[in-house]
Ligand binder design. Structure first.
Ligand code: ACM
Ligand code: ZN
Length: 415
């Protein structure tokens, strides 16, 4: 079973020493897999000897040019291997690829459309084949993650190459609709899956890709978003393989008020009341830690929640008792985990932390949503309320609504 943690070096560049510290602590929590998000809009963090422009310094204010050399990546892989941890690299396509498209705009649909890679041109796949072959040669493990989340398809709609390719794909099967741009995402994932297979790798994709009717069911799906939740059951029933990273339980960038320690301890791979743990395709679970923050914040948000996720303790009290030595050992190394008496906040404390986070996230999400989501939901009170309802139990709703009114939240979010 996969017991994973994802870290996001695209948004925050940790030193090699910091990455080793994260791995060392996560190993004690019980992980056997580190999923390393190495590329995104904000930067390309892995050295390519074939395409060095990917991590050159001068192409964008957003991309600050820090990256891991192949030797330092190997050092990290070897260290992780000693702790029985396999590293799964993630190189994102077709969206979240601003860094790549800034370096190689010819891979986009047009020179000024840098939001998404163009699958309509054969030259894209020539490039990707060479790039992924080089990337595969660095990582000895069997899995390779190709992202696939939040791909804004507007550029594809305007691109003559993409429209032509989509018409060809739709012609192949009467069940396909020539206006269904998800098919292009499926096509692209399938092509990259085929070239990774040639390198002996198994592809993983975020569950957004399940919206593509033509997706190769041999691709492993990583579940994160409820937006495509209904597609999970048919996929699992057909024998599809998947990893669970439900953002409402396992995204450890959310504060303890939204994802308290006990909620993580109690996590079961259940979506909308349906238990996915009994399917043969259930490969395991992975916590994700998105975003760029320095090491102290990483330590605070990851631990002890990662311990809770992979704990084998029979009940919660036994688990928290077992943490005392863990905290002492960490302190001795100068690392500070989230204070145990603040891991399950309640009442006013919980409300305040939740809303401070939501307001801050809302301000950031406006920009992100514009870049990544078509028909992006208005960042208004309705959106925030429905988002929040996924995080909390119905029994929490009364205080949430009262608190929203008290702080005039609808005004705060529309700013
Ligand atoms: C994701 O959180 N966008 C996979
Ligand atoms: Zn195109």
């Amino acid at each position: 079973m996969i017991k994973g943690l994802m870290i996001d070096s695209a948004r925050h560049f940790w030193t090699i020493d910091d990455v080793l510290k994260i791995i060392a602590q996560a190993a004690i929590s019980g992980i056997n897999t580190l999923h390393w998000h190495l590329t995104d809009d904000q930067g390309w963090r892995i050295e390519s000897k074939t395409f060095p422009k990917l991590h050159s310094t001068d192409y964008s204010a957003q991309c600050n040019g820090e990256f891991y050399s192949q030797d330092s990546i190997r050092e990290i892989i070897n260290y992780a291997a000693q702790l029985h941890i396999e590293i799964i690299p993630e190189i994102e396509i077709p969206g979240h690829s601003h860094a790549l498209l800034t370096a190689y705009p010819e891979l986009g649909c047009s020179d000024d459309a840098r939001a998404i890679i163009c699958p309509g041109k054969e030259s894209t796949f020539t490039f990707l084949e060479e790039l992924f072959a080089e990337m595969c040669s660095i990582f000895p493990g069997k899995y390779f993650h190709i992202g696939g989340d939040e791909a804004p398809k507007g550029g594809w709609r305007k691109c003559s190459h993409c429209r032509k390719k989509l018409a060809e794909i739709a012609d192949e099967n009467s069940a396909y609709d020539k206006n269904d741009y998800e098919l292009l995402q499926g096509y692209m994932a399938n092509r990259v899956h085929a070239l990774l297979k040639k390198q002996g790798k198994q592809t993983i994709c975020w569950n957004d890709a399940l919206a593509a009717k033509n997706l190769d069911t041999d691709i492993i799906i990583q579940y994160w978003t409820a937006q495509y939740a209904d597609l999970m059951k048919p996929f699992a029933e057909k024998g599809g393989r998947f990893i669970m990273s439900d953002m409402f339980h396992l995204y450890l960038d959310y504060p303890y008020s939204m994802t308290p320690l006990k909620k993580v301890f109690d996590y079961k791979p259940i979506i909308k009341g349906h238990d996915f743990s009994n399917y043969p395709g259930f490969l395991g679970i992975e916590a994700c830690r998105w975003g760029g923050e320095p090491l102290p914040q990483m330590m605070d948000t990851l631990f002890p929640r990662l311990d809770a996720l992979f704990s084998t303790a029979s009940d919660y009290n036994t688990f928290t008792d077992s943490l005392k030595k863990r905290y002492r050992d960490a302190e001795n190394e100068g690392l500070h985990f989230h204070p145990l008496d603040k891991c399950d906040p309640e009442g006013e404390e919980r409300q305040k932390e939740t809303f401070a986070f939501m307001i801050n996230m809302n301000a950031k999400m406006n920009q992100d949503a514009i870049q990544h989501m078509e028909n992006s939901p208005a960042q208004n009170k309705d959106f925030v309320e429905s988002f929040i309802k996924y995080f909390f139990e119905p029994s929490d709703m009364e205080w949430l609504e009262g608190f929203m009114k008290k702080i005039g939240y609808s005004n705060a979010v529309s700013k």
